[in-house]
Structure formats: structure tokens, C-alpha cells
Design a protein around this ligand. Structure first.
Ligand SMILES: Nc1nc2c(ncn2[C@@H]2O[C@H](COP(=O)(O)OP(=O)(O)OP(=O)(O)O)[C@@H](O)[C@H]2O)c(=O)[nH]1
Length: 306
């Protein structure tokens, strides 16, 4: 083996790059000024089909959100999806404009909300010069949770999302959702066993279409959905539990056994009673502790169609 270099006398960085395969730049024949570049995206021709959606996804960005639970303002990470439809005679969209607008809103100090996303989609439609625009953003939402007996606090979180679509009739369609965890205790196991009952972590997912007049300054939809899931579960999940708390949570779960079917029906009943919700989807997935598989149930209900 030829050890021409020893570690005390490394080649220069340029030489090192050459050693690992870098080559000098080739001739540059194409223009580098924007005005002289070919604009393929804006080619007009018959491209066979109109597209429902074209855009970018999986865009991570810091966001500010408001919460009616502590902490009332928080910075979290949003994962964005942006899109619009495009006509049959357009080759492509101008993808840089999505992140360009996101950065512009961020530098103006924007707080993510239904209202600000409505404005965002209106601006995006104009910026893209298309007839509609949509944004979906998912983010972890944090909330303080106190232990039931000792009141000791810690931080829990759930995943929340807002999806706003702005159409050519100047109409916004707003869907919000939340996915969080609860404790469920098996009613069958409780019924048939001399003692004990198996229990597990249940994953609740709720997605709702809000009424046009929904006022987010009056109601925090995140808290509404979290409460629908937790208040119907066998027990809530806590970051800090001392022994007196653990006893309470264990007994509460035993007193409120739930199948996945029970969870979905009980949450559906709560959402049905809320006038601000037009349509809902509820899913429960129990990570069974006596199986390797999960138990799952779901319901979709549109109040306008019943
Ligand atoms: N339409 C389209 N663009 C792509 C695709 N893949 C990458 N690009 C993007 O093309 C973008 C640059 O195009 P534009 O946003 O149209 O840039 P531009 O024409 O200089 O911008 P404007 O002046 O706003 O029209 C880059 O951000 C790339 O991410 C694709 O599959 N389709």
C-alpha cells in the first residue's frame, strides 16, 4: 500500500477534492441571466389534461401558533403541502413561488391560523396566476397536562393539521384535524377475567370540516378535538404521574372500559352535537397489548347529507 500522505501533511483542500474525483468546470454555453433562460414551465400548448393539483410537499418550516391551553404561544415545526390546479394548456407551475411566499409571510412575522391561511391561499392563487390554491400544514401542538391528584405538570403533545382550499368562486373550504393518544381498557377482558383487564394506548384521529362561520377567536378547535377524544377514553395520558395519580388513572380506566368501536361512536356523538362541525371522520387504532396486531375502527359522517 502506498502511503504517500501522512496525517500531519495533508494535501490542500483543492487537491483533496481532486483526489476524490472533482474535475474543473466545463464550458458554460447556456445563458445565466433569467431573462435569457428558456421558461419551460410557462410553455402554452395543448398538454392533454388539466391537473387537479400540482405543487410541493414535505416542506419543513418553523411556525408560530396560538393555543388556549398553556403554552399560549409556541413555535413549532410545520410540514407544508402547497398546490393549485393547472389548465390543459399550461406545461407546469412555478414551484419557487410557494416557498417564496412562505418566506415572505415568515419574515412578516405571521402566526399560523385558519384566518392567516385563508389570506395565504388568496395571495398564493394570485402569485401563481392560477384559478385556485391550497395549503395543508401539519404540526406538533404542545399542551400542559397536570396529574389528577398531585397536580404535577408536564408537557404532552398531539399532531394537528389545517387544510385550506381556495376556489375560483372565492370560497374557502377548511378542514382541521388532530391525532392524539389515549388509554383504552378492554371491556371484554374485564368482563371475562377474575381480575385485571388488558389495556393499551389508543391512537385517535379526527378530521372535521368546519362551518363557514366558525370563529377561531372564540373556540380553539385543537382543544375541542382533544377533549372529544380524551373525555370519552378509558383514561387520559399524562407526562408525570406520582403513585396517588397512578392509582386514580388505573381505577378510572377500569371503571370506563372501551372497545375501538365504543371510542369511535362516543367521539362521533360529541362531534355530532357541535354545530360548528359540518362533516367528520373519526378513527381509533388500538395498539393491542395482547396481540402483535392493532384493532381499528372508523366512521365518516356528513351532517349535510342526512
Ligand atoms: N413545474 C415544475 N417545476 C419543477 C419541477 N421540479 C423542479 N422544479 C422547480 O422549478 C423551479 C424554478 O422554476 P420557477 O419557479 O418557474 O422559476 P422562475 O420561472 O424563475 O420563477 P418566476 O419568475 O416566479 O416565474 C425550481 O424551484 C425547481 O424546484 C417539476 O417537476 N415541475
Amino acid at each position: 500500500m502506498d502511503n504517500s500522505y501522512n496525517l500531519k501533511q495533508l494535501p490542500t483542500k483543492e487537491e483533496r477534492h481532486k483526489l476524490f474525483g472533482s474535475v474543473p468546470p466545463g464550458p458554460r454555453t447556456k445563458p445565466h441571466e433569467k431573462e435569457k433562460m428558456k421558461d419551460l414551465q410557462n410553455t402554452k400548448q395543448n398538454f392533454l389534461f388539466e391537473l387537479d393539483a400540482v405543487g410541493i410537499s414535505n416542506v419543513k418550516h418553523p411556525i408560530k401558533i396560538a393555543s388556549s391551553m398553556t403554552p399560549e404561544t409556541q413555535t413549532t415545526i410545520g410540514t407544508f403541502y402547497f398546490a393549485s390546479s393547472i389548465s390543459q394548456d399550461s406545461k407546469g407551475t412555478n414551484m419557487s413561488r410557494f416557498t417564496e411566499q412562505l418566506h415572505h409571510y415568515h419574515s412578516e412575522g405571521f402566526t399560523l391560523s385558519i384566518e392567516s391561511l385563508k389570506q395565504f391561499t388568496r395571495d398564493l392563487k394570485d402569485r401563481l396566476e392560477q384559478k385556485d390554491a391550497e395549503v395543508k400544514v401539519e404540526f406538533p401542538w404542545f399542551f400542559e397536562r397536570k396529574a389528577p391528584y398531585t397536580d404535577m405538570a408536564g408537557m404532552n403533545h398531539a399532531d394537528a393539521w389545517i387544510h385550506v382550499r381556495y376556489d375560483e368562486q372565492d370560497h374557502h373550504q377548511v378542514t382541521v384535524g388532530l391525532s392524539g393518544k389515549v388509554t383504552t381498557l378492554c371491556p371484554c377482558s374485564k368482563e371475562i377475567s377474575e381480575y385485571s383487564a388488558h389495556n393499551q394506548r389508543g391512537n385517535m384521529k379526527m378530521e372535521v370540516e368546519l362551518a363557514e362561520d366558525f370563529d377561531e377567536s372564540q373556540t380553539d378547535w385543537k382543544v375541542l378535538l382533544l377533549e372529544a377524544a380524551e373525555s370519552n377514553a378509558s383514561a387520559r395520558i399524562h407526562p408525570v404521574l406520582k403513585r396517588p395519580d397512578e392509582k386514580m388513572v388505573t381505577e378510572q380506566a377500569y371503571e370506563n372500559p372501551r372497545f375501538v368501536e365504543d371510542m369511535v361512536r362516543l367521539v362521533a356523538a360529541d362531534l355530532y352535537e357541535l354545530d360548528m362541525i359540518e362533516k367528520f371522520y373519526v378513527q381509533c387504532v388500538n395498539e393491542e397489548s395482547i396481540h402483535l396486531h392493532d384493532a381499528v375502527a372508523s366512521i365518516t359522517y356528513d351532517k349535510r347529507k342526512k
